[in-house]
Design a protein around this ligand. Structure first.
Ligand code: R5P
Length: 260
């Protein structure tokens, strides 16, 4: 791995702990004005001091994030579909030159293994990996789950391993029973979990805790943070689990006391 690639990865996955808390706010690229992200800067600014990286699109970053923000960017460069249509029908929406202009620390796309446009999304990933390798920019592959795709270890392991084989540098997938098998399928490639739909805070914290204890290097969490009644308390609690190895109930106290 070249110097630039290693340097960018270490801006995201902190060398002190080998772990990371990514804040995902890229939902608008297929969901439009997602609850909590209508005024994206109002939501994100208080959370930035506690995030190791921000996952976002180029349009959102230019509209709602100050260029002076001190946060590594994981740039969402795929899209082309909406929640109204077949989700797997994605293309690459942002060229590598624009990712470089934005000073992205990583680029990301979704891969829909089992989806109608599976091959197209694997092809998207392979193009990103070629560009990423050329310019020293790591690629985070998201194992997307469409309507009918099973969230279980056999399927997520299959999807994650395909992304590894195509050359992804970081895998983002979903937590599931037997999650260790998914991590094992990825070899030395670091794995983070998505948060998924909003759950009660304690459940989301328990999931984060289970994921890191099963071998994930951290989370790339969105709705379970920014749709919480205390987004700052919630990201602080997630951070305590990921970087300080706190248990879920200890982290829950951090969230609870943030509301006082
Ligand atoms: C989905 O493909 C998007 O990348 C989301 O931003 C991502 O899944 C993380 O967000 P959440 O934790 O809300 O699921």
């Amino acid at each position: 791995m070249n110097w630039g690639m290693k340097n960018r990865i270490s801006r995201i996955i902190k060398p002190e702990t080998g772990r990371c808390v990514m804040l995902a706010v890229d939902h608008g690229y297929f969901q439009g004005p997602t609850s909590g992200l209508l005024n994206l800067s109002e939501t994100v600014e208080p959370l930035l001091p506690y995030a190791d990286a921000l996952m976002i699109t180029r349009g959102a970053i230019r509209n709602w994030i100050e260029p002076t923000a001190d946060i590594p960017i994981i740039l969402r460069v795929s899209g082309g579909q909406s929640i109204l249509k077949e989700l797997s029908n994605e293309t690459i929406t942002t060229c590598i030159e624009d990712a470089i202009r934005i000073n992205a620390s990583a680029i990301t796309c979704s891969v829909y293994v089992g989806g109608e446009y599976e091959k197209q999304t694997i092809d998207n990933l392979s193009k990103l990996v070629d560009d990423g390798e050329k310019y020293g920019i790591p690629v985070l592959a998201v194992t997307a789950v469409g309507k009918d795709m099973a969230r279980e270890a056999r399927y997520l392991g299959l999807a994650s391993r395909i992304c590894v084989e195509i050359g992804a540098h970081i895998i983002k997938t979903y937590y599931t029973e037997d999650f260790k098998k998914v991590v094992e399928a990825c070899g030395n490639v670091p794995v983070v979990i998505a948060g998924g739909k909003k759950q009660p805070e304690m459940d989301a914290l328990q999931m984060a805790c289970n994921a890191v204890s099963d071998g994930a290097v951290g989370v790339d969490m969105g709705r379970n943070i920014f749709q919480s009644d205390s987004p700052v308390g919630m990201i602080q609690a997630v951070r305590a689990i990921v970087h300080e190895k706190k248990l879920a109930d200890e982290a829950f106290q951090i969230y609870e006391s943030s509301k006082k």
